[in-house]
Design a protein around this ligand. Structure first.
Ligand SMILES: Nc1ncnc2c1ncn2[C@@H]1O[C@H](COP(=O)(O)OP(=O)(O)OP(=O)(O)O)[C@@H](O)[C@H]1O
Length: 76
C-alpha cells in the first residue's frame, strides 16, 4: 500500500459488523463513535466495497468503505 493509504487506514475508525438489525431490519455497522445502518451497496473498487449508510447518531447519510482482507474478501 502507498504511504498515504496506510496513513488513512491507520487513522480510520475501525468498524465492526453486528448481526443486530435496526427497526427497519437493516444490518448495523458499529464504531467507537457511532453506529451506522447499512442502506445499500453503492460501489466497488480495487481495495473494497462502498456502502451507503446512515449515521444513527445524527441521521446523516455517509459512504463507508469496507476494505478487503488479505485474501481479497469483503464482509459484504
Ligand atoms: N463518497 C462516495 N459517495 C458516493 N459514491 C461513492 C463514494 N465513494 C465511492 N463511491 C462509489 O463507490 C465506487 C468505488 O469507490 P472506491 O473508492 O472503492 O474505488 P475507486 O476509487 O472508484 O476505484 P479504485 O480504488 O479501484 O481506484 C466509486 O466508483 C463510486 O461509484
Amino acid at each position: 500500500l502507498q504511504t498515504q493509504t496506510q496513513t488513512e487506514l491507520l487513522n480510520t475508525d475501525p468498524l465492526f459488523f453486528l448481526s443486530t438489525l435496526t427497526a427497519a431490519e437493516r444490518p448495523v455497522l458499529r464504531s467507537s463513535t457511532a453506529d451506522y445502518s447499512i442502506l445499500e451497496r453503492i460501489g466497488e473498487g480495487s481495495f473494497g466495497k462502498v456502502l451507503k449508510c446512515q449515521n444513527l447518531k445524527n441521521n446523516k447519510t455517509v459512504a463507508v468503505k469496507i476494505i478487503k482482507d488479505a485474501n481479497g474478501q469483503c464482509l459484504f
